[in-house]
Design a protein around this ligand. Structure first.
Ligand code: FES
Ligand code: FES
Length: 167
């Protein structure tokens, strides 16, 4: 198949390129756009490290071809912070609650959690676990991640207050 001309908005910036049909969206973002925050772990759709938002939906960029994102809006982890560098609420919650260790899985988690909380701003722990089940952390830092999600959702304070209430 011949190369294809594509155009997409990545973090609000229009990108045009001519790409081989089998180029993945993850490779397009990393190699053609220089957005290396999208990490590649398994490249088989298992680990979630490559998660990005495609027209608002969290997808695994290693499983999407760049040509499939033609005309789409893509948001990578680099697009979540404010233009002045202020972290998004989810990013700040990960920082403040020890939600990362080596940080390799973190971009994928942050993207997935951003989508999760947008769709369900007040999730239960069960819903958080379910929402994160597609993201793997090799450092096994899941407790900090769970705490970070609760904090980003604004439920951490409630939980702490409840724990401190006299019986
Ligand atoms: S690199 Fe895409 S899911 Fe692991
Ligand atoms: S923080 Fe190291 S892989 Fe998750």
């Amino acid at each position: 198949m011949p190369d294809a001309d594509i155009r997409m908005r990545v973090n609000g910036v229009t990108r045009r390129a001519t790409v081989p049909p089998r180029l993945t969206l993850a490779d397009f973002l990393r190699e053609r756009c220089g957005l290396t925050g999208t990490h590649l772990g398994c490249e088989h759709g298992v680990c979630g490290a490559c998660s990005v938002l495609l027209d608002g939906e969290a997808v695994r960029a290693c499983l999407v071809f760049a040509v499939q994102a033609d005309d789409a809006d893509v948001t990578t982890v680099e697009g979540l912070a404010e233009p002045d560098g202020e972290l998004s609420p989810v990013q700040a919650a990960f920082r403040d609650n020890h939600g990362l260790q080596c940080g390799f899985c973190t971009p994928g988690f942050v993207v997935s959690v951003t989508a999760l909380l947008r769709d369900n701003p007040d999730p239960t722990d069960e819903e958080i676990r379910e929402g994160l089940s597609g993201n793997l952390c090799r450092c096994t830092g899941y407790q900090g991640i769970l705490k970070a999600v609760r904090a980003a959702a604004g439920t951490a304070a409630d939980g702490a207050a409840a724990a401190e209430e006299p019986r």
